[in-house]
Each structure stands twice: as C-alpha cells, then as structure tokens.
Design a protein around this ligand. Sequence first.
Ligand code: GDG
Length: 469
Amino acid sequence: MGRLVCVSNRISLPRKSAAPGGLAVGILSALKRTGGVWFGWGGDTTEQDPPTEPDIHIRDGVTYATIELRQSEYELYYNGYSNDLLWPLFHYFLRGMRYSNEERDAYESVNRSFAQKLSPLLQPQDLIWVHDYHLIPLGRLLREAGVKRPLGFFLHIPFPNIEMLRVLPTYAELLRDLTHYDVIGFQTENDLKGFHSGIEHLFGAEAIRSDGRIRVGDRVLRAEVFPIGVDVDSMQAEAIAAMETDVVKRMIDSLMSRSLMIGVDRLDYSKGLVERFSAYQQFLETYPDNIGRITYIQIAPLSRTDVRAYADIRKALEQAAGRTNGRFADTDWTPIRYLNRNFPHGTLSGFLRAANVGVVTPLRDGMNLVAKEFVAAQDIDNPGVLILSTLAGAARELGSALLVNPYDTRAVSHAMQTALSMPLAERRERHMAMLEVVKRNDISSWTNRFVEALEASQRDQSRPRVLAS
Ligand code: GDG
C-alpha cells in the first residue's frame, strides 16, 4: 500500500489536548494503524500572508503537516461557509443556514491554498484521503495542480437529498466537485441515496451504473457506504483502567449510590440537547419515584464558539438546566450536572462505563461515535442501556438500543424510565447484539475498507473499457 495522506480542515497535534470531535478521533485512530501524513490547519491564524510551507512534526509514525490561515479568510470559510451554511443545510436545519457570496469565495480560496501547499508534499505512490464538508472542492483543485494519484473523500456528516440540497445556490458546483474524487464515502445508505439523487438530477439516471459505480464523462467513481467505528479494544481497556482513577472514583462516590444517566456531546444544536433536557424534566414529572434517585451528567464541551447559533444554544441550555435544577434539586441532590468541559478521552470512557444509561439523542447526526463508545465501554456482565435517536447514523447499526425520535420528548422520557428499570437479562442481550456490530464495524474495518476502495479505484481508471457499461 502507498503512503496514506489524510487531509482535514483541522488537525489534532500530538501533545496538545485532544479537541473533542469525531473526525479527529477517527482520523487519528486510522493513521496510528497505517502510519502516514495528516495535513491540515494547525489552529493558528495570522493577519499577514501565511507561510507558504507547512510546519512538520513527526510522532509515532505519523507526520503532521500544519498550515496557518489568514484570520479574515478563516472567519468567512470556517465560521461562515462551512459552519453557517453547509453544516446546518446538511443536517436539515434550513432555518439556521445563511448564504453569502463572499464566504463562498473564501471557501474556494482556502481550498486552493490547501491544494497549493499540499501538492508539493505528495509522493508518487500516495493515497490521498480528504475528510469532510470543509474541503469538498479540494479534489478538483488538486487535479488542477497536476495530482494524478487516487483521491478519496469521506463525508462525516449526513448528505441531504437533492430537494434539500437544491436550496444551496452552488449545489451543482458542489456535486460536480465531488465527482473529481475516485472514491466518495458516506456514513449510511441514506446518505448515499441522497448523493445518488443529486447525481441523477445533474447527470441523469444512466450515470449510476448497475454495479453502483458512477460514470461522469470518461471517469468512473465509486460512491459507497463506510460506517465509521471506534477502536473497541482500546476503548474497553481505557474504560476498565479509568475505573481505578481518582477522578472516576470521586464521580462515582459523589452519586451516593444513585443511578447515573450520561450524555457526552460537543455543544452543538444538532445534538438535540435542549429537547433532551426537556425530556428529562418530563421524566422527573411523569415518574416522580426517580426524584432524588438519579443523576444526569451532561458533558458538553464548547465548540465553534464564534458562530452565533452556538452562543444561542449555549444560553438556552444554561436556562433549561437551571430550570430543572431550580425546580427539583434538594440540599443533597442536583438532578442535572451540566458541564461545559473537555475531559481526557480515558476519563470519559470511565464515566460511560459507570453509567446505567447513555443518552444519545441528536436531531440529526452522520454517525455518532459516542453511541458506539458507550457500547464498547460497558461491563459485559452488567451493561448499561443505550437510548439512541433514530436520526443518528448509528441507529442503522444499533437496532438493539432503545430507539427514540428525539423531538418526541414524551417518548424519550418514557425510554429513560424503561432503561432504568430494564432487567439484567434484557440489558445483556441488547448489549451483546450491539457489541457484535460495533466490533465488526470498528475503526480498522472503516480504514481498511476505504483504503482498499481507493486502491481498487486505480484499477478502475486504468481499465475504462472493461468497466464501460
Ligand atoms: C462528526 C459527525 C460522526 C466528546 N467530548 C469530549 C470528547 N468527545 C469525543 C467523543 C467522540 C467525539 O468526541 C465526538 O464524535 P461524534 O461522532 O459523537 O460527533 P461529532 O463531533 O459531531 O463528529 C458525527 C463523526 O464526525 C465521525 O465521523 O460520527 O456524526 O458529526 O469520540 O468521545 N473527547 C474528549 N473530551 C471531551 O470532553 N477528549
């Protein structure tokens, strides 16, 4: 296999505390297995012209190549086009989206500078794997820069159906840009269907071949489903070790034998936290026997703090947690412990293991790694129960969770009650079924399958006549 070169908007540098976020968690686990290069923005902005050459750090077989961005461009490309437009649109939040041509231009120009700085680093046998919605045009721009190697793209978030996508003034350009890659990966069948609907709209139904490959002009590309997973063995080992640490022991002692329900999410409106808090309040009202007997810990590290919608959701959550605590708390009990803190991953895994219930109720999510981490972290002899949104990609695989519609707060509150009273035999049965899937679709299977598809795509391009329909 050639050298794997992963490219993402932001990279997690070694020794800096890990930024919470599924993309970084996934890429780092993949690169630790294969070695290779991780290229992306290092987190620094400048008012002047950024240096033309990336900064290079090598650690544990991974080369980290980081670039700087100009502050003004970063705001327009990252806060603006990526997170005020593509993120809400792809998560079906039309009300939250805002289009600006200036931001669109900055998106193109930042992608161009990624291509200019990346292409001189590439070697003849490299396999290039671009990640996520910030970098959709990068494939086209790398081709323009003369890169001939296989190019893969993985979308970590949902891909909307064409009727939704058409709201974007540049939707055709976005779809065309995707066709410059050799392999396009999605989290679920549903996302792939969304992409197919766009391809059909733009190029006609005949562009989608019976073997699932897509023909655009004289190129053939693979669009497939690669559900991202977690490193199950390391998550299990981390969780077991974390139970012996002071921080996890102190948390468990502080529960005073109460049941624990936990949520771990970046603070993001797509994660359904406002609805979840309201479901929890309804749960305490509807099933008052639980008052004083359960503690709900919600860990929600801040993210994208410069984007307005994130400031708004933060305020709404503080108010919601305050309302429930104000109404139900006692001198020796707080119903919700709401923490906007970032914890080390090991500590989180201990918290997940200690929990009786994991609550993962996004309003829309590409996959949701926390759901899989919760399953991996459990004690198989006495596992907790997962409550999972049907609108998370993970629900496609974790059918043995208690599946809920996150908008239906009554159903979610009922699921909380069901989870807390579930007999051991049923908990074990559901957990075992989920663990099997989480193991099968783990992080190495995600990485290997994607890299294999990328290698196979080389053969597709070199044998166009065999593949012609
Ligand atoms: C995107 C897609 C898709 C959370 N808090 C802390 C922390 N985390 C870690 C979790 C988990 C990751 O961050 C979050 O991943 P998710 O998948 O849940 O969500 P997104 O960040 O939105 O990820 C998502 C994912 O990409 C991968 O493709 O599943 O659908 O939206 O690993 O454990 N990690 C640390 N401290 C925290 O406080 N260290």
